[in-house]
Every structure is written in C-alpha cells, then in structure tokens.
Design a protein around this ligand. Structure first.
Ligand code: IMP
Ligand code: MG
Length: 178
C-alpha cells in the first residue's frame, strides 16, 4: 500500500507552544511599551503563530501580512510602515534566505526599527547570516510540520509541531481524530 510521508511524534506540544507564546508576548509587550508596534505576518506559515502571538501582546498594535513563496515575496504591503516599529513574524528560519530578503525589502520602507520574531530557529543549514530577536524554539535538524508549517501544503492546521516520518493513510486520519 502506498505510504504517505508524515510525522509521528510531536516535538513541541500544544501546551509547550502555548506557554512559550505567552512568554514571548509578555517580553514583546514590555520591549515595545513606548513604541508603535507594527506586526508583519509572513504567510502562509506564520498564520497560527501570528494569531496567537498577537493576542498575547497587551499593547495597541497594527498588523499587515506578506505572502512569501520559495524565498520570494509575492505580495505587497497594504499599509505604510515608515516610522513604525516593525516586527516580522515568521514560522521558521532555516537557510535564512527568506528572512534576509524580507529584512532587505522592508528596510526600504523606512521603518523606525525592524526586528525579527520566529516560532522556530533551525540553525543547522544557515546560508545567510540573519539576526533573530525573538525565538520560540530551536528546532531539530529535521523536517517539521504543523502549527502553520506544511509538507506539500498540508498539515498546517495541526495544533502542534511534529517531525515527518512514514505512516499509513489510515494512521494519518487518526492524527486528526479528537
Ligand atoms: P529559509 O528561507 O530557508 O530560512 O526558510 C524559508 C521557508 O522554508 C520557511 O518559511 C518554511 O516555509 C520552509 N521550511 C524550512 N524548513 C522547514 C521545515 O522543517 N518544515 C516546513 N517548512 C520549512
Ligand atoms: Mg513552506
């Protein structure tokens, strides 16, 4: 029978993610108290992290989104970020190419400050040097899915982060069972 490549075991559970997101939200709230926080979520991968993190920040803030595909920015900002304290919210920094391109592009819009927050940092395969200001977790050197991260555009809606492995189609359906 054909096997789907899919995860078996959560590496970061729902509870761990929730706790860490709360901590990051508190840290960001404190760091940006006197500033004009503007969160930019990177789609598609950052959508669950963005929604949870933004609600864990107890400050008035603005949001916008950029769509990225294959290290390239494929959408445009809808708001002006000049003079704003911009915080990029990403799912994962792997080679660093996407983050480097994002920082370069956003810098041309003259924000007052520009920082980077990522749910996961996978430092093992870094090709571009990129400074990360807020990290949720350091990921293992493996392909991970869930909580926004995809494999062939699936598994983004899993509420936890897990490592891909081999399981059957039957087992796959059980992963979504309540
Ligand atoms: P980078 O440009 O190599 O740093 O990574 C950019 C994108 O690669 C991320 O935003 C993800 O969409 C994808 N990516 C890298 N590693 C993983 C992984 O382990 N699981 C799922 N997506 C990944
Ligand atoms: Mg992806």
């Amino acid at each position: 029978m054909e096997q789907d490549r899919i995860f078996v075991k959560p590496v970061f559970t729902q509870e761990e993610i929730k706790r860490r997101v709360t901590e990051l939200g508190a840290q960001i709230s404190s760091d940006y108290r006197e500033k004009n926080l503007f969160l930019i979520g990177i789609l598609k991968g950052a959508y669950p992290f963005f929604a949870d993190l933004s609600r864990a920040i107890s400050l008035p803030l603005q949001v916008d989104f950029l769509m990225v595909s294959g290290h390239r920015i494929v959408s445009e900002m809808t708001q002006n970020i000049a003079g704003q304290d911009v915080l990029i919210v990403e799912d994962i920094v792997d080679s660093g190419q996407t983050s480097a391109a994002l920082k370069k592009e956003l810098q041309t819009h003259n924000p007052k400050s520009l920082r980077l927050c990522t749910l996961l940092d996978k430092p093992h395969r870094r090709r571009e040097k990129v400074s990360i200001d807020y990290t949720g977790f350091t990921a293992p050197n493996k392909y991970v899915v869930g909580y926004g991260l995809d494999y062939k555009d699936k598994y983004r809606n899993l509420p936890y982060v897990a490592v891909l492995d081999q399981i059957s189609e039957e087992e796959e359906t059980l992963l979504y069972a309540p």
